[in-house]
Design a protein around this ligand. Structure first.
Ligand code: TXA
Ligand code: MG
Length: 321
C-alpha cells in the first residue's frame, strides 16, 4: 500500500483524513502526547486493521478518542468523579477508564472483551477530525507493538509506512509521552499508567489521593513489562559510562567515563523533566539499532514527569519475553 503524507499546514489535510477514515481506512495523526494510529472505533474492519498494522495482540484494548463530552457519554458511564476529572483535564493528556455504557458504539474488538472502556479527548487537529467524522477514533500509539511511541511523522513512516493510507505531519508532539491513564472506581481513582499529566497535578486539582494500580495481573493489558525496547541492552541509573556504551544523559553534571561513550545524547542539559519527556522516545529510537549493543541511562528523579519517564525506561530495560 502506498502511504501518503500530508502536512497539517495543507488546508485540505483534515478533510482528507476524514475522508479516509469514513471509508474505513487508517490515518496516523499527531496528538499533544504522541502520534496515534487512528481508525473508526465503531467499525470492526478498521479496528482489526489497526491490530494488524501494529502487530499488536488483540487482547490489548484500544483507547476511544472523542471530540466532546456528549460523544464520551455515549461510550462510557461517567460518575461525578469522572465528570470532574474531565472538567479539569479535557481536552488533554488524560485517559479515563470507565464502565462501558449500554449501547456504546465502540466495536467490541477494540475493547478486548472488557466491560470497561478507555476514553480520551485529545487537543488540536485530532479533535477537529473526530468532530468532523462524528464518530470516535480508536488510536493506539503509532508504533510497531513493543517499540517506542512515535513522536514525529518520520518515525511513524519508518515503522508503519506501507501499512496505512495516510500520515498527517504535525511536526514534533508537544509532550512526547503518552497520556496518563486513570481508572475511576467506587473506592477512588487508580493510576493504571503514569503519563504526561503528573499525579501531583491531579492530586492538587482534585484534592483526592491517587491510588496505585491494584497489582496482581495486568490492569492495563498493554502494560506488559517489556515494551519500548531498543535492540541493545539498557542499563538504568548509570552514574558512570563504561567504554563503548551509548549514553543517555540528564542534567548539567559531568559523568565519569562520558568521554569514552560511543555516543552521548543529553535528554535535558538543564535538568528539565518536561524537555526530557518531550525528547525521550526520539532519543530511544535513535539508539534502536542492531549495531548498538549497550545503552546506559543517567538517573532521572522520580518526581513529576520523572515518574512516567522512569516507567518507560524500566520497560525499555526489562528482559524480553
Ligand atoms: O497518549 C496516548 O494515550 C496515545 C495517543 C495516541 O492517544 N495512545 C496510546 O494508546 O498510548 P496505546 O494503545 O498505545 O495505549 C493504551 C493503553 C494500553 O496499555 C491498553 O492496554 C490500555 O491503554 N487500555 C485500554 N483500554 C483499557 C481498559 N478498558 N482498561 C485498562 N486499560 C486499558
Ligand atoms: Mg502504545
Amino acid at each position: 500500500m502506498d502511504t501518503r503524507t500530508l502536512s497539517l499546514n495543507d488546508p485540505h489535510a483534515e478533510a482528507e483524513a476524514v475522508r479516509v477514515l469514513a471509508a474505513g481506512g487508517l490515518v496516523a495523526l499527531p496528538t499533544e502526547t504522541v502520534y496515534g494510529l487512528a481508525g473508526d472505533a465503531t467499525r470492526g474492519e478498521s479496528v482489526a486493521r489497526i491490530f494488524e498494522a501494529k502487530g499488536r495482540p488483540s487482547f490489548n484494548p484500544l483507547i476511544a478518542h472523542v471530540s466532546d463530552r456528549e460523544m464520551a457519554r455515549r461510550i462510557a458511564r461517567f460518575d461525578a468523579s469522572a465528570e470532574r476529572l474531565a472538567d479539569l483535564f479535557w481536552p488533554g493528556p488524560l485517559t479515563l477508564v470507565l464502565p462501558l455504557e449500554e449501547g456504546s458504539p465502540v466495536h467490541p474488538l477494540a475493547l478486548a472483551g472488557l466491560s470497561s472502556v478507555a476514553v480520551r479527548m485529545p487537543r488540536g487537529a485530532a479533535s477537529d477530525i473526530i468532530a468532523k467524522l462524528g464518530r470516535p477514533l480508536a488510536a493506539p500509539s503509532a508504533n510497531a507493538s513493543g517499540r517506542v511511541s512515535a513522536t514525529s511523522a518520520g518515525e511513524v513512516r519508518r515503522t508503519l509506512g506501507g501499512r496505512i493510507e495516510l500520515i498527517l505531519d504535525g511536526g514534533l508532539c508537544a509532550l512526547g509521552l503518552e497520556s496518563t491513564i486513570l481508572k475511576v472506581e467506587a473506592d477512588g481513582i487508580r493510576l493504571l499508567r503514569p503519563g504526561a499529566l503528573t499525579v501531583e497535578e491531579v492530586e492538587a486539582a482534585t484534592g483526592a489521593q491517587i491510588l496505585a494500580a491494584s497489582g496482581g495481573g495486568i490492569e492495563a493489558p498493554g502494560q506488559m513489562s517489556s515494551h519500548y525496547a531498543p535492540s541493545g541492552r539498557v542499563r538504568l541509573g548509570a552514574r558512570n559510562v563504561e567504554p563503548g556504551e551509548h549514553f543517555l544523559a540528564f542534567g548539567p553534571q559531568e559523568v565519569p567515563g562520558a568521554g569514552e561513550a560511543a555516543a552521548l545524547v543529553n535528554l535535558s542539559e538543564a535538568g528539565d523533566l518536561r524537555e526530557a519527556a518531550a525528547g525521550l522516545f526520539a532519543a530511544l529510537a535513535g539508539f534502536d539499532d542492531p549495531a548498538i549493543e549497550r545503552i546506559a541511562v543517567a538517573p532521572i528523579p522520580e518526581r513529576g514527569l520523572g515518574q512516567a519517564i522512569n516507567d518507560r525506561l524500566r520497560r525499555a530495560a526489562a528482559p524480553r519475553e
